[in-house]
Design a protein around this ligand. Sequence first.
Ligand code: CP
Length: 323
Amino acid sequence: MTREPSPLGKDLIGLEELTGEQILSILDTAEPFKEISERRIKKVPVLRGKTIVNLFMEPSTRTRISFEFAEKRLSADTVNISASGSSVVKGETLVDTARNLEAMRIDMVVIRHGSSGAARFLADRIPSNVINAGDGAHEHPTQALLDLLTIRDHRHELEGLKVCIVGDILHSRVARSNIFGLLRLGAEVGVCGPMTLVPAGIEALGVRVFRRIEEAIEWAEVLNVLRLQLERMQGGFVPSLREYNRFFGVTMPRLEAAPRDLLVLHPGPMNRGVEIDSDVADGPHSVILQQVTNGVAVRMAVLYLLAGGAPERAEAAKKGGMG
Ligand code: CP
């Protein structure tokens, strides 16, 4: 198959850079790819011959494994690199690491990094496709894409839907990517959290701010509950985890008092009993594990599109090559 220019461009760095049409094309491409993971033999030759490096400089369970499954199910050759197992611990820079990988003729790099802007920095310096798997507090585009896909599975239409992101907005790349993606698709977006964890002036992005969880729940149709990122806090953001749960926790009594049936998402990993109670996380409102399942299909879609695949040929691509 002749390789065509990707409808996404060379890289996927953030949803802020995408149009609503591009976001929908990823979601629509993910739909036919869902079925591959339900097969007995979960493998199609879509990316046969492509080499992909997963460069994870921060810990990850869901994103790293999900990308690896997506790559393997599309028949790409994959290599995983972590900070502790690489020459980064000897002081090698990110760009030198990437240039050495390039010298081995790779096609794509999936990068997670603690610094905002690391994915863009790399994308501007190497010819391979770069996919941002989370950079500092900047963006985590594939997480937001799988959130959008999961919401669409249940609510069908994102236009006009009221989605509230609850918790640690300040440190959250997931919040930023969700805000950009939801607004591009016409949803109404709210954020809710303690004043210390909601960035000043966030309304300028086009979101409403709720200071009380009860008001957010009264307004919203979907809650996306975020983890308190304790590892990024130097202290003083919340008085105690018990108080955080008391004032902002998503609990069953709060959901039962809501005027409508709410859909509850969480990107993981969860602090059970802090931002979300276990009976909510494991209960009927929750679609948390479906998010994880959808993550594989969304990442397959991103890999396929960046490799030059066309959304309308995704169904055919599953039968042999790029479609
Ligand atoms: N949602 C998410 O990014 O989880 P991981 O940190 O486990 O990848």
